[in-house]
Design a protein around this ligand. Structure first.
Ligand code: MN
Length: 420
């Protein structure tokens, strides 16, 4: 499918991140309006609360845009998602008979403040990128034992905290934690000195499930995708993770991009998972192309300086797709809820410049990354601004994800000072 034309002129450029083919969903406010649902088109946002109130959008089961989050539409399921998309294509397409009314419901993205686009009901993060798992495993256990024995048979994950999820632009406070370095005889309580990013994609579960689901059912449950930065304190993680996995190391914050890119917009970019070393068990066996070809980038801007690209990678490097992670998540009978967020796991490629974390880029701090004159990084420093970006290439258009950024603030003074 080629570029679809809109009466919103800025959406018709081949390099616009938000052409009519995309239509990502977010929640925005302006100096004159409270937070509300909107859809990005070119450099503008269409106010969907205003459209619904004016009768231009009616999905038949009562209002869904009377609240500043997307969960009410998500709960209605794939048929309603398709109805809304078709209606938006009609309203925003070239030749729309409603153009003059809609022009009054448009806001420039430059005048908008973005908010979390949905209420996050639960959050699970996976470890499903083979290059990342191999790199990390090699550093911690040696090349012979890099991948745990289960890794090629199931997507490993841990239950994270929904409360930690924040929207792009939120500041990230360097955490304190219990640390024990190789030279310490006893653990100590200190600010993390190995604070890191993880470049990931987040899948948003749109509909509930109450028992095991098939891979195809899992794929249908997914509402859309966002960029996700799983901020990670490596020194806290190294001491706490055995044997139950990440806990406080991952609980400080998880940033997501403000625009949810719908699964339907990504359909033309579907691609195969990598070749399998072992055939997967039936509940995980690929039923078709399960990944997407999405270019991803992360940049770092030291305080007061220009950003510098840290890594470029692609979502097709994943070993397990979000649908496979979701299907696996339900095998125990674990109920999934509308608003569940699934982190893909860090997305690294085979080359050094394709690594999605500083842990890998600096090889555990042994090979600091040169940024610019006088600047190098093993891990994040206070004042660093991290920005993830992503886009998929269509036939003469792009599907942009926008950005997911956050600035690292210095740790607070000792929260337990004076305690004995
Ligand atoms: Mn992660």
């Amino acid at each position: 499918m080629p570029l679809l034309h809109s009466w919103v002129a800025s959406a018709n450029h081949g390099d616009s991140p938000f052409p009519l083919n995309n239509l990502p969903y977010g929640v925005f406010s302006t100096a004159h309006s409270d937070p509300r649902c909107g859809v990005a088109i070119g450099q503008m946002i269409l106010d969907l609360q205003a459209c619904e109130e004016a009768g231009l959008i009616d999905l038949g089961a009562g209002p869904v845009f009377d609240v500043p989050f997307w969960n009410e539409l998500m709960e209605q399921g794939p048929e309603a998602w398709g109805d809304l998309r078709n209606r938006l294509l009609e309203l925003l397409g070239q030749g729309s008979t409603d153009q003059s009314r809609l022009e009054g419901f448009m806001v420039a993205q430059s005048d908008a403040c973005m908010h979390l686009p949905f209420l996050v009901s639960e959050y699970t993060d996976f470890y499903a990128g083979r290059h990342h798992a191999t790199n990390v495993g090699t550093m911690f256990r040696g090349a012979e034992n890099a991948l745990p024995p289960n890794w090629l048979h199931l997507p490993i994950g841990y239950n994270g905290r929904a409360s930690s999820v924040v929207v792009s632009g939120s500041d990230i406070r360097r955490p304190w934690g219990q640390l024990k370095g190789p030279d310490d005889t006893l653990p100590r309580f200190a600010p993390s000195a190995r604070f890191d990013l993880e470049l990931e994609l987040g899948a948003i579960v749109g509909t509930d499930s109450f028992g095991p689901v098939t891979l195809d059912e899992a794929d249908q449950m997914i509402f859309g995708y966002v960029l996700l930065n799983d901020w990670s304190a490596r020194d806290i993680q190294a001491w706490e993770y055995q044997p139950l996995g990440p806990f406080q190391a991952k609980a400080t914050a998880t940033s997501i991009s403000p625009w949810i890119v719908m699964k339907e917009a990504l359909e033309p970019c579907r691609t195969e998972t990598p070749a399998r070393e072992f055939e997967l068990l039936p509940h995980l066996r690929d039923s078709g192309p399960m990944l997407y070809d999405i270019d991803l980038e992360v940049s770092l801007a030291p305080q007061g300086q220009e950003p510098r690209t840290l890594a470029c990678t692609n979502y097709r490097e994943m070993y397990y797709s979000s649908a496979q992670q979701l299907a696996h998540h339900t095998t125990s009978g674990c109920p999934m809820r509308s608003g569940d967020l699934l982190g893909s796991g860090t997305i690294s490629g085979p080359e050094r410049h394709q690594r999605g974390s500083l842990l890998e880029l600096s090889w555990g701090g042994k090979e600091p990354l040169e940024l610019s004159t006088g600047q190098s990084r093993s891990f994040l420093q206070d004042g660093d601004k991290l920005t993830l970006s992503g886009q998929a290439q269509g036939d003469g258009y792009v599907i942009g994800f926008g950005e997911c950024s956050g600035v690292v603030l210095p740790a607070l003074s000792d929260p337990f000072e004076g305690e004995t």
